[in-house]
Design a protein around this ligand. Structure first.
Ligand code: HEM
Length: 469
């Protein structure tokens, strides 16, 4: 592992370490011209939080929690990271710097990738990123431990934006939920449990976290080989300036919480009247859709009731305990997006690992009917990771895993799957104790994209070079 050399001073901190803050703000900024963009960025570069600082802070916090038995009260910092769209990179990069060749990144969500993901074509409610005009050139992520402190930092940043003659398109706030819902997303399920561990970085990995080569998340580092989990693949080819950078996906996903639970009640009553899942209630049904109970307990480890003692459990496989009929439905959200040891196309022992990305999202609450998740992911290929998982697995009723036999359909991911642009209804299959398929019908989306963009978070040295010219 010593041959992996991670540059802690050069890589931005939110990728490998994760800010893990309760309060975050996303500033979506548009450039007017290269000189003013450079002037603005030059003021920001010294404030960008490198991996070294974020990792040191996270380690200190972990060690204090272990000593005190609770979170420390007075340990507080603020973090800032920045990422650029293809248009932003194009404007800022030096003459002679080659462009990036990630097709998804270059086309962007507004340029056609939102259609490809199956997003509803009516995008008038998107807050940013629906069209070229509303797409940002830069995404600034600000994260702090205290909401008041965040407001101060954001105010400073907004003043800087004004002074530099760049345009603030949109400000998106995110906060972890409070009370019993702390650590949970808006439907009520614990989120942020399962993350890949990064070789040469995560020390030690948590049980059940596979070690993944860091080049899956940061360019210029050794990548995952789908044929051999322990041997690295050469880094993905990229221009020199892109080394130590990562692609960033942001999606503003609105959740219709009332609609979801009302529908779950109706479906539970319908399905519970049949022989396969007698009297199933809406919480159990929804947990089958997610693959975990509200506490976070994996459905496959606790199929009859929630068990908060297993809330953070991540050391499980779907295949072993789970021959046909499956305990955890094939189309459950966590099984669709990470099939673990299930064999997937490609067939290599670590094929599924090559699709993983680091999730850095946070809930947002902009009003009673406008709340959801700011989904954020870091990866070294948008096309082969975020988009592959979204399109080929979540929005596909057969892949990655289907039941044996004639009815080889598992259905769509019921949380994030999208059927096609105009036809929103979709279904997923549950299999009862006799193996008979029972359809759960989802007549419409309960998660709807209302903003987003594809970005690239360059290394700090590259940003320094681009702003010094
Ligand atoms: C509002 C939308 C979403 C909701 C409510 C949601 C909810 C959840 C929940 C409750 C978990 C289980 C907790 C955990 O392991 O962290 C989870 C895991 C996960 N989600 Fe989502 N999610 C959403 C969007 C997405 C999107 C857009 C993607 C990417 C395509 C995604 C990918 C993942 C992945 C990779 C995992 C980890 C699975 C595992 O390793 O077991 N999610 N999500």
């Amino acid at each position: 592992m010593s041959d992996i050399s991670i540059d802690y001073q050069d890589i931005q901190g939110n990728s490998l370490a994760g800010f893990n803050k309760d309060h975050q703000t996303f500033l979506l900024v548009q450039f007017r011209d290269a000189p003013s963009a450079r002037t603005w960025l030059a003021t920001l570069v010294p404030r960008i939080s490198p991996l070294s600082e974020v990792q040191d802070f996270n380690n200190l916090r972990r060690s204090m929690i272990a000593r005190l038995g609770r979170a420390p009260r007075s340990l507080a910092v603020s973090w800032i990271n920045i990422a650029l769209s293809a248009r932003g990179v194009d404007l800022l990069k030096s003459d002679g710097d080659d462009p990036l060749d990630d097709n998804a990144f270059n086309v962007g969500l507004a340029g056609g990738r939102a259609d490809l993901l199956g997003d509803p074509p009516k995008r008038n409610e998107w807050k940013f990123g629906a069209t070229d005009k509303t797409s940002a050139d830069a995404l600034v992520i600000v994260a702090t431990d205290a909401a008041a402190h965040l407001r101060t930092v954001v105010r400073e940043l907004r003043d800087g934006i004004k002074a530099a003659n760049v345009k603030l398109l949109y400000t998106q706030k995110g906060h972890t939920l409070e009370g019993n819902l702390r650590g949970h997303e808006h439907f009520g399920f614990r989120d942020g449990i399962s993350q890949p561990a990064v070789r040469g970085f995560t020390q030690p990995p948590k049980p059940g976290e596979p070690m993944i080569w860091p080049g899956q998340f940061v360019l210029g580092l050794p990548r995952q080989d789908d044929a051999d989990p322990d041997q690295p693949l050469d880094p993905l080819p990229c221009p020199d300036w892109a080394k130590n950078g990562s692609y960033v996906v942001i999606r503003r996903l609105r959740q219709d919480v009332e609609g979801f639970w009302q529908h779950m009640k109706g479906e539970a009553a319908r399905i519970g009247a049949g022989p396969e899942f007698p009297n199933i209630d809406c919480t159990r049904l929804a947990s089958m859709l997610v693959g975990r109970w509200p506490s976070g307990a994996p459905f496959v480890l606790s199929p009859t009731s929630d068990n908060p003692e297993l809330a953070l459990a991540n050391d499980f496989r779907f295949g072993d305990a789970d021959a046909f009929p499956p305990v955890c439905p094939f189309a459950a959200h966590i099984r669709k997006v990470n099939p673990r040891s299930d064999p997937v196309e490609g067939g290599g022992p670590s094929s599924a690992l090559t699709r993983r990305f680091l999730r850095r999202g946070i809930p947002y609450t902009d009003g009673p009917t406008d709340r959801g998740l700011i989904f954020v992911s870091y990866q070294s290929s948008i096309e082969n990771q975020f988009e592959f998982v979204s399109r080929q697995w979540a929005s596909n009723d057969v892949l990655p895993v289907s039941p044996p036999g004639e009815e080889a359909i598992s259905g769509f991911d019921p949380i994030i799957g999208q059927n096609d642009e105009n036809h929103r209804e979709r279904s997923m299959m549950l299999f009862g104790h006799t193996g008979t398929a029972v359809d759960v019908i989802l007549p419409r989306d309960f998660v709807t994209p209302t903003g987003g963009g594809y970005f690239f978070a360059p290394s700090i040295s590259t940003l320094r070079r681009w702003t010094a010219e």
